[in-house]
Design a protein around this ligand. Structure first.
Ligand code: ZN
Ligand code: ZN
Length: 342
């Protein structure tokens, strides 16, 4: 049987293709009928050839939600009819990172939708351990936001965020928004958000930011120092990952602070020893997520995180090319775009 899939053959060459429907085996022992899949910045990076991790040709899609259609022998974690989200991380289990309990940076890491085929297809198979049961309260399309939320949980966990921290999040786009939702649960003393778009900043305030800075209208460093009694934030998360944002983060963060990077840009940034050594900054990457799905699902079930209505636009899988074009338009009405599969 054939099914539709979205394959990026090479940068700037994405097409909807017909391929064989997959079958379960001993390793990939769950067959899932896909229901929704988010479009995220990294998917657009793969399309445009700016994601250094990606290999081609690739069926992309890593924010992937569906319903279990069939399970193999001995599968106990899920059953047909279960609504699930799929963990995108595939790790080797034996390298240093895996042995340190950090499979998300496995030396032999294979991310679904990046290094191996992902979820922009009508059916996919995976291991039962990659499946997490969705909260009943959440529609399929909004459930794609669980994955970006796990990314935010990972980032706050890497930052060792605490109540005594003054947090600066650079960027109030999709990633920044997920970060605000999660970071506020840690009750940081200040939760400051910077962006260049006033509408996004207004939304940040609505979601729980204590202060916002338009870094096009004000000097970020001056404004954030003013808000932190001159000290600077103790945690800065760079969720913008644009030219200059990493240097700004390192400059502005106060002594003993942490700077979290989340971008994949390979463009050089000119930093210097003094900025880091003099303040004993920790500069830490935060990549993907380390088994954070259940934590996010629990937060939703406990009513601490609400993802309802977070997807602003949906497109059927057959209109994936149009969906990506719309995503690239930067239309201000976009908060999140999801592909659907019916
Ligand atoms: Zn993503
Ligand atoms: Zn490994």
């Amino acid at each position: 049987m054939k099914m539709k899939a979205v394959r990026v053959f090479a940068p700037e060459d994405m097409r909807v293709v017909e391929i064989d429907k997959p079958e379960i085996d001993a390793e990939k022992n769950v067959l899932i009928k896909m229901k929704a899949a988010g479009i995220c910045g990294s998917d657009r990076g793969i399309l445009h050839g700016t994601n250094a991790a990606a290999t081609y040709p690739r069926i992309i899609g890593h924010e992937i939600v569906g319903v279990v259609e069939k399970v193999g022998e001995g599968v106990t974690r899920v059953k047909p009819g279960d609504r699930v989200i799929i963990d995108q991380v595939t790790s080797c289990g034996h390298c240093y990172a895996c042995r340190k309990g950090r499979p998300n940076v496995c030396f032999n890491l294979k991310v679904k939708g990046v290094h191996i085929d992902g979820g922009y297809r009508e059916w996919m198979t995976c291991n039962e351990n990659d499946c997490y049961i969705l909260p009943d309260s959440l529609e399929y399309k909004d459930a794609v936001m669980i994955e970006p939320t796990t990314i935010a949980v990972q980032s706050c966990s890497r930052a060792q965020l605490e109540e005594i921290d003054d947090l600066l999040i650079i960027g109030a786009g999709a990633l920044g928004t997920s970060l605000i939702r999660i970071a506020k649960l840690y009750k940081p003393h200040k939760l400051i958000v910077s962006d260049i778009d006033n509408e996004k900043l207004a939304n940040a305030l609505k979601l729980g930011a204590t202060d916002v800075i338009n870094s096009r209208e004000e000097d970020l460093e001056t404004a954030v120092k003013k808000l932190t009694d001159g000290y600077g934030p103790t945690v800065t998360i760079d969720a913008a990952c644009v030219k200059g944002s990493l240097l700004s983060a390192i400059k502005v963060t106060g002594p003993a602070g942490r700077v979290i990077t989340m971008g994949f840009s390979v463009n050089p940034e000119e930093v210097n020893n003094f900025l880091i050594t003099s303040k004993e900054l920790d500069i830490r990457g935060s990549r993907l997520q380390n088994r954070k799905f259940q934590q996010v699902i629990d937060l939703i079930n406990e009513g601490k995180v609400d993802l309802k209505g977070s997807v602003s636009h949906t497109f059927p899988i057959t209109e994936a090319v149009e969906a990506f074009r719309f995503a690239d338009s930067g239309d201000p009405s976009i908060s999140k775009i999801a592909l659907t599969f019916d």
